[in-house]
Design a protein around this ligand. Structure first.
Ligand code: HEM
Length: 432
């Protein structure tokens, strides 16, 4: 699946030529590229290595694009809600939406008709996240949002290429579409905020969700712009990545029928046709290991950049103030010294005994240090419930050869989607 693409090929060549620490120059200044676990952990841990401005173009000053005192205050405000969210109520939301997807897939199963798995996963995870965080029903209040967000993510991806000395190839039409998508998504977020303000002013009973916490939980109330930045940050960071781990997992399972068979055994024995719940998580062991191994091979966030706000030493290497420290999750997750036979799909790499002895900084799909993903546990619950529930009733059979090709833009997406047919699994059919 891993065909070389320009940004990734650039970094891969650099590493092959210069080893685990390399430097290169870009239009934005010098970039220091680190590949060893101890260096990667040090980059994540250093207070003077801070977020770059790459995603501020879309996300403004939300949690994913800010740093320092403002970021700390916002993270403290939102963190407890993410613990509260990991509940049976959330699990029910996930399995209900998954059941709806199975219902729409029903007439296609066994017909040989082609389905693109990638946008199906995106729509599903977007539906879950807007309902869980903002109590919004996507189909009613945000039709077309998936396509709009895709334009934004692709636009950011085109611009991200400059970090790897790739020419900026954005046509005037693409630029217009990007600006239009930004305006549409702004209108959606501001609409959600305005509706909630009206409900609160009218004294209506309002849902207890992340939006409510953002609007009322701060000593100094957030402005509409600040709220918009946080809502959009959660919208984008809260679904695309989870959708990607699921898409890549389907692709890997299709290539590894023995693992697929073991997955079927796990879900059939444990669930016997019912929908999974939060209580099943400890028993969905292989299901979770499949997701972990998928994120090793195809980490949705495939690179992370940090700007030095002071001179910083990473091991012996100096990153002068103003320069950028870069980590490529995709390449680090395939480092031969820490991952024998690195390109092979093997979920057993994540049995507890193996995880215990692996150095910190060898595996970090959710980053590490102070900016560790806020949605990490939520994403693992959501991903495992969806994979288990779908795997009970359907086999995804790839149509293309290759089924999927990587497109490392701002996230690691499948180029041209993932066309497949759906085969019903005989015997057990889940019901919610
Ligand atoms: C498999 C799914 C996911 C992956 C692989 C992932 C990955 C990441 C990574 C690598 C970062 C660090 C980015 C950086 O520091 O520059 C991050 C941060 C973040 N993620 Fe996730 N994420 C996932 C799911 C989610 C979900 C479901 C949510 C929310 C509902 C979420 C919300 C966030 C937020 C708010 C941050 C910023 C944290 C901070 O700086 O304090 N993510 N994520």
């Amino acid at each position: 699946m891993a065909s070389p693409s320009s940004s990734l090929a650039f970094l891969s060549d650099l590493r092959a030529k210069y080893g685990d620490v390399a430097e290169y120059e870009t239009a934005f200044g010098q970039v220091h590229f680190f590949n060893r676990p101890e260096h990667i952990a040090a980059v994540f841990d250093h207070d003077a290595l801070q977020r770059t401005e790459l995603v501020t173009l879309v996300l403004g000053k939300g949690l994913l694009s800010s740093d320092g005192a403002y970021w700390r205050k916002q993270r403290k405000l939102m963190q407890p809600e993410f613990t509260r969210l990991r509940s049976e109520e959330f699990a029910g939301l996930v399995t209900h939406s998954t059941q709806e997807l199975l219902r729409t897939w029903g007439p296609l199963m066994g017909t040989g008709e082609s389905v693109d798995i990638a946008p199906a996963m995106t729509e599903l995870t977007l539906e879950v996240i807007v309902a869980a965080l903002f109590s919004v029903e996507l189909k009613r209040e945000g039709p077309g949002l998936v396509e709009t967000i895709t334009v934004l993510i692709e636009g950011l991806g085109a611009r991200a290429g400059m970090t790897f000395n790739q020419p900026l190839k954005v046509t005037p039409e693409e630029n217009r579409a990007f600006k239009g998508a930004l305006a549409d998504v702004d209108a959606f977020c501001l609409g959600v905020i305005a509706k909630r303000r009206r409900a609160m002013a009218a004294g209506d009973e309002v849902p207890r969700d992340l939006l409510g916490i953002l609007m009322t939980g701060s000593d100094e109330p957030l402005t509409d712009k600040e709220l918009r930045d946080e809502v959009l940050t959660m919208l984008i960071s809260g679904h695309e990545t989870t959708a990607l781990i699921l898409s890549w997992a389907w692709a890997l399972l299709a290539e590894n029928p023995d693992v697929e068979r073991d997955l079927h055994k796990e879900v059939d024995t444990l669930l016997e046709g019912r929908a999974p719940t939060l209580k099943d998580m400890p028993q969905l062991e292989l299901t979770q290991r499949i997701l972990e191994e998928s994120m090793r091979l195809y980490p949705p966030v495939w690179f992370i950049a940090r700007k030095a706000i002071a001179d910083v030493h990473i091991g012996e290497h100096l990153v002068p103030k103003g320069d950028t420290a870069l980590i490529c999750t995709y390449l680090a997750h395939r480092h031969e010294e820490f991952w024998p036979d690195p390109d092979r799909f093997d979920p057993n790499r994540f049995v507890p005994e193996a995880v215990r002895v692996r150095p910190r900084g060898a595996y970090f799909p959710f980053a590490a240090g102070r900016h560790t993903c806020l949605g990490q546990k939520l994403a693992m619950v959501e991903g495992a419930l969806i994979l288990a529930q779908l795997a009970q009733s359907v086999r995804v059979r790839p149509l293309g050869d290759p089924f999927a090709e990587i497109d490392p833009a701002i996230t690691l997406r499948p180029k041209r989607g993932m066309q497949a047919t759906l085969e019903p699994r005989t015997g057990i059919r889940p019901s919610v």
